[in-house]
Ligand binder design. Sequence first.
Ligand SMILES: C[S@@+](CC[C@H](N)C(=O)[O-])C[C@H]1O[C@@H](n2cnc3c(N)ncnc32)[C@H](O)[C@@H]1O
Length: 366
Amino acid sequence: MLDTRRFAQRRQHGLRLRWLLFRNRLIASPAFQRWALGNPLTRMKTRRHARALFDLTAGFVYSQVATALVESGLLDVLAAEPLATSDAAMLAGLDEAAARTLLTAAASLDLTEMQDGLWTLGERGAALAGTPGLGDMIRHHRLFYADLADPLAMLRREGPTRLSSLWDYAAGAGAEEAATYSRLMTATQPLVAAQAIAAFPFARHRALLDIGGGQGAFLRAVGDAAPGLRLGLFDRPEVIATLAPSANITVHAGSFLADPLPRGYDLHTLVRVLHDHDDAAAMTLLRASRAALAPGGKLVIVEPMATLGGAPEGHAYFGFYLAAMGSGRPREMAEIKAMAAAAGFISAKERSTPLPLVARCLEVRA
Ligand SMILES: C[S@@+](CC[C@H](N)C(=O)[O-])C[C@H]1O[C@@H](n2cnc3c(N)ncnc32)[C@H](O)[C@@H]1O
């Protein structure tokens, strides 16, 4: 239990802080809560807050319902055909009562739906089944949740986390870890690529270098959308070693933290790369890109940012995810612009994406 007495000395508080302290005392008071629920003018807002707190408390359970639906294979089967509870139970290796518990819980989250005595997917379940890579991401969260079993230990960095041991960039992960990681990135890539392609006119450029391009899924998607573009991929040697040769992608192995980037490209992309790195490394990377681009060349940064399309939850989700990885942080668009300016880029412009929750897009000019 935190001993608050040593913080108790009175300090001079500004007007805004005094208002916040008053407001918070009021909201915390059971008498005020009873009044706010009884008053027709405040009832809706109070219920909204109560609902949000319920979701906050239950959030992990919701995720585990989704995990059970994905890992049991029921999501995929229900995407193809409706099932009776007994058949779902057999497929999932559960008894009938447990299968009903799972499918009913999933129905309450709009993942499944019962019609004519058969289970099918709900609207959200259908969207989940149809979103490339989301099932893989849900599976992958098993590791992340293991790290979050003790969130304070994770924040205090008391020992290695499951995520950091899997993806230890600094030390250079082994070939197997690099391959597992690249596969997950490839599975989740199409949705990210769709954001970038909708936001930025790739076809206006001549040659694109995707820095930290993994297994090339992003480049292939852009290549299909802009067939005239010459394509290059830069990544760590362990990742490059796992790539199947491709006629239209030139590969470059190296570390963007230690090696110069190849010249001759008028466009660079950093897709889900910058936020993986602490500020010093992120600046090294931005400077490397600036150094390899001729004046007028562009760098396009595509990643989920701290504010996800107007909502600040990116700080919660990506903040904790990257903390568990032990490297990087989610950044606000304005912070990335300032870093790009410090690295020598002369102008910056946000390009809006259809789903900022998945990725936002910033174009900076050398
Ligand atoms: C989060 S993944 C993103 C992969 C891909 N851009 C995507 O969105 O699917 C980060 C990528 O950066 C690469 N990477 C990390 N550190 C690197 C370094 N120092 N030099 C080159 N590549 C690096 C990783 O190998 C990985 O492929």
